[in-house]
Design a binder for this molecule. Structure first.
Ligand code: KG4
Ligand code: ZN
Length: 322
């Protein structure tokens, strides 16, 4: 089964070709340059950039895979959650290709794509497991009692973990996107230099809260003049990252214990964080390129999702949250 995958939920245009779990092509057009000066993703600019990037990427991906549109057995596309305008660009392209080739369309949930990224290239079968889903838009604890069954155990009450990284990077004067920049800066810093509060609200609930942490960082940065900020930046990054990682690790271990599961998985862009990966050596985590947004995870997840035949897929719509 040869599946084309299209991912346009946020600020990365992704196109991939996957054959029975093996990745034949996995291309990404990053929009970092476009959104960098705004310090975050501008939805309308993201949609336009997807329109421009998609056709060349499709051609290149098929060429890399040594295939034509006629060889495709399914067209997988992210249908949500994400930015509606951005998602619709990918969905319109997927519908057109499905219509032209006669292949069925497969609508994939972005978060399930992240979770199933672990199965790319015949990775481990995760379930039963507890999954920490940490991206720019989501921070959730998900129990998977069986393959493709999901129960939400807890989530953030305010920012997502990736968002907490991105906003903090901006305060510290580090470039966008902030997660990678903080990860890198933290390697040179002392994580015990600054003391940041715990990133959750209640002792008992499986929740996360990053707003107090963010405020504490703001106050810490305000105390410093420009020269001090420069010399303390790595310590700030290391201390702040330590606080986030500690919350994520504590919560996911608690959740696994309560659910009686041994297997933990970390998925989503923040699962690329080196300290988080090191702090959870027992956890399943996809290779870095499959943690952050990509189309290989969407094409790969398609194996587990019911295809939509013609003409029903024509009315398929995007959703922003779910
Ligand atoms: O999954 P993803 O690529 O896109 C969404 O679905 O949101 O996640 C993007 C998020 C961003 O907030 C980015 O700063 C964060 O993942 N991220 C990281 C790292 N690499 C990406 N956060 C911490 N450490 C990293 N190495
Ligand atoms: Zn994502």
């Amino acid at each position: 089964m040869i599946v084309l995958g299209i991912e346009t939920s946020c600020d990365e245009t992704g196109v991939a070709v996957v054959q029975d779990g093996a990745v034949l092509a996995n291309l990404l057009a990053s929009q970092v340059d476009i959104h960098e000066r705004f310090g975050g993703v501008v939805p309308e600019l993201a949609s336009r950039a997807h329109v421009e990037a998609l056709n060349p990427l499709l051609d290149e991906a098929l060429q890399q895979a040594g295939l034509g549109f006629g060889d495709l057995d399914g067209i997988a596309v992210t249908v949500g959650p994400g930015l509606i305008g951005a998602l619709l660009v990918g969905i319109a392209a997927a519908k057109s290709i499905a219509l032209a080739t006669g292949a069925p369309l497969i609508g994939v949930n972005h978060l399930e794509g992240h979770i199933l990224a672990n199965a790319i290239e015949h990775g481990p079968e995760l379930a039963p497991a507890v999954c920490l889903v940490v991206s720019g838009g989501h921070t959730m604890l998900v129990h998977m009692p069986a393959a493709h069954a999901y129960e939400l155990l807890g989530q953030t009450v305010d920012d997502a973990a990736g968002e907490a990284f991105d906003k903090a990077a901006k305060m510290m004067g580090l470039p966008y996107p902030g997660g990678v920049a903080i990860d890198r800066a933290a390697r040179e810093g002392d994580p015990a230099r600054f003391h940041f509060p715990r990133a959750w609200l209640s002792r008992d609930a499986a929740d996360f809260s990053f707003s107090g942490l963010k405020t504490a960082l703001l106050y810490a940065v305000r105390e410093l003049d420009e020269v001090e900020l420069e010399s303390r930046r790595a310590d700030l990054a290391a201390s702040y990252q330590r606080a986030i990682v500690r919350a994520l690790v504590t919560r996911v271990r608690e959740a696994a214990e309560q659910a009686g599961r041994e297997q933990i998985a970390i998925v989503g862009g923040v699962a690329a964080n080196s300290e988080l990966r090191a702090a959870l050596p027992e956890a399943a985590a996809a290779p870095l390129a499959f943690c952050t947004d990509n189309a290989a995870m969407i094409a790969s997840a398609a194996r587990f999702v019911e295809p939509i035949p013609y003409p029903r897929y024509l009315s398929l719509d995007a959703y922003s949250s779910r």
